[in-house]
Design a protein around this ligand. Structure first.
Ligand SMILES: [Zn+2]
Length: 267
């Protein structure tokens, strides 16, 4: 694995979003950037210096990985919490141990919940000197648009992730129907969508993620869902995006999307 294209190791950005079709691919690109940031050799990442070797072995003290914590049974929790991000922010202002800088790696950045993403946003807006944040995900739409706008986005494998107008309009219909809380109307709409192919369904899910993200960031009007419901919806859409990636049937996806009404939390 080489450094992703268009990255100048001498002029690294403070934050990258690395998306790829597989976790491994995103993670291995992130490790290359981490090595480039921490390398003490001539031509970073040289691959030979003490720093590069420690990064490759996963033992560099200035490469800090932030993952979901485990519960009592040793299973990963659902989300990266705001406390974890605050912890990362507090740690990021402490000087590095061995290298010239520090790197924070989030292998599943989209598992940050809403407060966590907002805390991350503050950190990305005013990053401590010399710190690099590497956010890996399968789909950058799963991150809030405000977070994305503070990072350099690298889509490995080059798949274009911007929603088409057609899918976006469908996504707006869907969000309005959800906000209307008319179960029958929503089901009818879902039946009409079931015949679309997997690729289009994935584009629709992406568009719904994009649109809900824009609403959460206040860049578009909320049709009446509320923040909590929107965030729960984004978690569901994220799951659907992952399921479509492993070829789950479109019918099943729309079944899920149209029977799981977001709870009314406005009372
Ligand atoms: Zn090196």
């Amino acid at each position: 694995m080489a450094l992703p294209q268009h990255i100048d190791p001498r002029q690294l950005s403070h934050a990258y979003i690395l998306s790829a079709a597989s976790r491994e691919e995103a993670l291995s690109a992130a490790r290359e950037i981490a090595a480039a940031a921490l390398c003490s050799g001539e031509n970073p990442p040289c691959g030979h210096c003490r720093d590069c070797r420690k990064v490759a072995q996963g033992i560099h003290p200035d490469l800090i990985t932030v993952r979901r914590l485990e519960d009592d049974k040793g299973k990963p929790r659902q989300e990266i919490t705001v406390d974890q991000i605050r912890g990362m922010a507090a740690d990021a202002i402490v000087l590095p141990n061995e290298a010239q800088r520090k790197v924070y790696l989030l292998p599943e950045a989209e598992t940050m919940n809403l407060p966590a993403q907002n805390a991350a946003l503050k950190l990305l807006e005013e990053p401590p000197q010399g710190v690099v944040f590497l956010l890996c995900c399968l789909n950058p739409m799963q991150l809030l648009p405000t977070v994305r706008s503070r990072c350099v986005e690298l889509s490995l494998g080059g798949q274009e992730q911007h929603a088409e107008e057609e899918e976006l309009s469908l996504a707006r219909d869907y969000l309005s129907l959800l906000a209307g809380r008319d179960r029958m109307a929503l089901l009818r709409w879902g039946f009409e969508q079931e015949r679309m192919d997997g690729r289009r369904a994935a584009a629709f899910v992406n568009a719904a993620l994009e649109e809900s993200g824009e609403i959460l960031c206040g860049r578009r009007a909320d049709p009446g869902l509320g923040r909590e419901a929107l965030f729960r919806l984004r978690a569901l859409l994220s799951r659907c995006a992952d399921m479509l990636r492993v070829n789950t049937g479109v019918k099943h996806i729309f079944g899920l999307l149209c029977t799981t009404l977001p709870q009314d939390d406005r009372n």
